[in-house]
Ligand binder design. Structure first.
Ligand SMILES: Cc1cc2nc3c(=O)[nH]c(=O)nc-3n(C[C@H](O)[C@H](O)[C@H](O)COP(=O)(O)O)c2cc1C
Length: 194
């Protein structure tokens, strides 16, 4: 197995689901957001928008909107995480981004086929950059599921995210409260044809 800083960072990054309360340093946030903008993008569009939120009241409001939105929402399939999120939405104290002090929402311009692909690549840059700085992070999908929820969109609009924008995903970032263990890698997912 080859070891170097990048490969070891890729292997060691985990999804954090318990964060410390303290905020991340401003220069770390800048570095993570800059890393996002260095991701590849279809046709070099760079049409993404990364909205980082560190205000406690706004984060609480977003969590409330997610909880209320999920109660109204009907999943379009029986994907277990969606069913679990619906059940969690019944719990008043459930926090969908684990009380992370920073949430970065990735959105993209409307009617752009590569919107999700570009933002997903940028998010992985965010996760790896965060890990390299000693921070934890987690992909948070609920805002994507609720991308057409009028109440969620009205509030995101107040935060400067245009209603036509495609909400792709979000990243919770903060100091790790509890380490996550590494899931085993599944066999049979790689083929090499020579
Ligand atoms: C498309 C996508 C959506 C995800 N959504 C969530 C989510 O909403 N909440 C969450 O806690 N983790 C979410 N995750 C994180 C996965 O659960 C996690 O990556 C997986 O369990 C493997 O663990 P690891 O990231 O620690 O290797 C998501 C990951 C991806 C790629």
């Amino acid at each position: 197995m080859i070891h170097n800083e990048v490969l070891d960072c890729i292997r060691a990054r985990r999804s954090t689901r318990q964060f410390q309360e303290r905020q991340i340093e401003a220069e770390h946030l800048d570095a993570i957001l800059e890393a996002a903008t260095w991701a590849p993008s279809g046709g070099n569009c760079q049409s993404w928008l990364f909205t980082a939120i560190q205000n406690k009241d706004i984060l609480t409001k977003i969590n409330d909107l997610i909880r209320e939105g999920l109660q109204r929402w009907t999943p379009d399939d029986d994907y277990p995480s969606k069913l679990k999120a619906k059940a969690n939405a019944q719990k008043k104290d459930h926090h969908f981004f684990y009380h992370a002090p920073t949430l970065i929402i990735a959105s993209n311009r409307p009617h752009y086929q590569n919107a999700m692909a570009d933002c997903a690549l940028a998010l992985e840059n965010i996760f790896l950059a965060a890990h390299s700085l000693g921070l934890g992070s987690c992909y948070i999908n609920q805002l994507y599921w609720l991308r057409n929820d009028p109440e969620v969109r009205n509030y995101l609009f107040e935060l400067g995210i245009l209603k036509e924008h495609a909400i792709c995903s979000s990243a919770a970032v903060g100091y790790i409260g509890k380490e996550s263990s590494a899931p085993l890698r599944k066999d049979g997912t790689i083929r090499i044809i020579k």
